[in-house]
Design a protein around this ligand. Structure first.
Ligand code: 3BY
Ligand code: FES
Ligand code: FE
Length: 415
């Protein structure tokens, strides 16, 4: 082991279960680099939606740590992903962001690749130059119910197919493949990627989300017995709404049961359909739908929300009228990109079927509130006075995230 790996290994061994991680996990460059290799270069990570790439030739890039990956729709309408590195002298092929077009042409010396990654043309080469030796380096890519995942590892975690087959029945009724990207925000948070994830995995801090709490039940993460006295009225409303929603889901044949395997497998996940407060339709001030067109062909707007949480870098909320996807991408030890995407029915027209501000309001406000909390946490854990503190029972998913994460580090250290 290298000296850096020794330090990481010691820190993993010294971690006290049920407590936040030690400072270097959030601040140290060696720990960050190891996170990228042990987690982001090994696991399936959520990077895009199929609606980003509706037509052949559509492409997007995703950047994290030292990597840049091209995800594109090839000429046969399949998904493909490649390292965004030219096989000649290594220049970036595409600029960050979305584009469309035919072949991929490197801006440096014009090596030209087809959408399947093959090198079509390299100007002025010797007669014996073998183009077939210089295809773009492929990256595994998979669409799951309209969500796009990539895996950089040569051999990706083997449990992804099984997880996909278990979450697809929940997602497919919303027909996310047939949606349009109504909006996207890119928020660079002043915190380590794990603080962004940990913050997402609890509602202990949800008093800081007045807009979200109009419809999102704040009892999230509490068991019946733990619900604090001040949340009892909301919990009573939740129980009534929950009973009604279960009847709705059963009537419509929508799977709704909680599956929670956050820590016990490489592709850790949690999925559940759950009630929302007030009108129960959407994340809006009164809980009514923000968009007149509904996703899929579902016959009622009052569907609560489908929530999906995945390790290491994503969460999703699907309501009757739209879906929101969240992708967490580590930039540096203390900077993380949160990419949020709002999906609506493909024919929903802005200003006619929905008002953009109403659609974006709740999760934009929630993301900004969370970013401030993450920045404060980063400031604290980066200082000499920080020592790991205990999780409350309602923070059990934070513990699950950390347990999952540490298991990945241990695996990598044993390679
Ligand atoms: O997205 C979520 O599910 C978490 C939990 C509650 C609020 N928060 C943003
Ligand atoms: Fe791409 Fe030379 S580096 S063509
Ligand atoms: Fe939050």
């Amino acid at each position: 082991m290298s000296p850096a790996q020794e330090r990481i290994s010691d820190a993993v061994a010294a971690r006290r279960a049920g407590h936040s991680l030690d400072g270097p996990f959030y601040t140290d460059r060696d720990f960050f680099d190891f996170d990228i290799e042990a987690v982001f270069a090994r696991q399936w990570i959520f990077v895009a939606v199929e609606a980003d790439l509706p037509e052949p030739g559509d492409r997007t890039t995703v950047e994290f740590g030292p990597y840049s990956v091209i995800v594109l729709r090839d000429d046969d309408e399949g998904l493909r992903a490649f390292h965004n590195v030219c096989r000649h002298r290594g220049a970036r092929l595409l600029d960050p962001g979305q584009a469309s077009g035919g072949n991929l042409v490197c801006g440096y010396h014009k090596w030209t690749y087809a959408t399947d990654g093959s090198l079509l043309h390299a100007p002025s080469q010797a007669a014996d130059f073998d183009r077939s030796c210089f295809v773009l380096k492929p990256v595994h890519v998979r669409g799951v119910g309209g969500l796009v995942f990539i895996c950089l590892a040569e051999r990706p975690p083997a449990d992804f197919d099984e997880v996909a087959s278990r979450i697809e029945p929940y997602l497919l009724p919303h027909d996310l493949r047939r949606t349009r990207v109504a909006a996207r925000t890119e928020l660079v948070e002043d915190g380590n990627w794990k603080l962004v994830m940990e913050n997402n995995r609890e509602c202990y801090h949800c008093d800081g989300h007045p807009e979200l709490l109009r419809t999102f039940f704040p009892t999230y993460g509490y068991t019946e017995a733990d619900v604090p006295a001040r949340l009892r009225p909301a919990h009573e409303r939740y129980l009534r709404a929950d009973a009604e929603m279960r009847a709705t889901y059963t009537g419509l044949g929508l799977p709704y049961g909680l599956i929670e395997e956050l820590a016990e497998r490489p592709t850790g996940f949690r999925i559940q359909r759950d009630a929302l407060d007030l009108a129960g339709e959407s994340f809006t001030p009164d809980g009514t739908a923000a968009c007149r067109r509904r996703l899929g062909d579902l016959p009622t707007p009052r569907l609560g929300h489908l929530s999906l949480h995945m390790q290491p870098n994503a969460w999703f909320h699907v309501v009757g009228d739209h879906a929101i996807t969240f992708s967490v991408l580590p930039l540096t030890p203390d900077k993380t990109l949160l990419r949020t995407t709002w999906l609506v029915h493909p024919e929903a027209e802005e200003g006619v079927d929905y008002d953009r501000d109403t659609l974006l309001k709740v999760w934009t406000a929630t993301n900004e509130q969370d970013a401030r909390l993450v920045a404060r946490a980063q400031q604290g854990v980066g200082g000499p006075a920080y020592e790991p503190g205990p999780y409350a029972p309602g923070e059990y998913q934070v513990e699950a995230f950390c347990a999952w994460y540490l298991a990945r580090l241990s695996e990598e250290l044993q390679r």
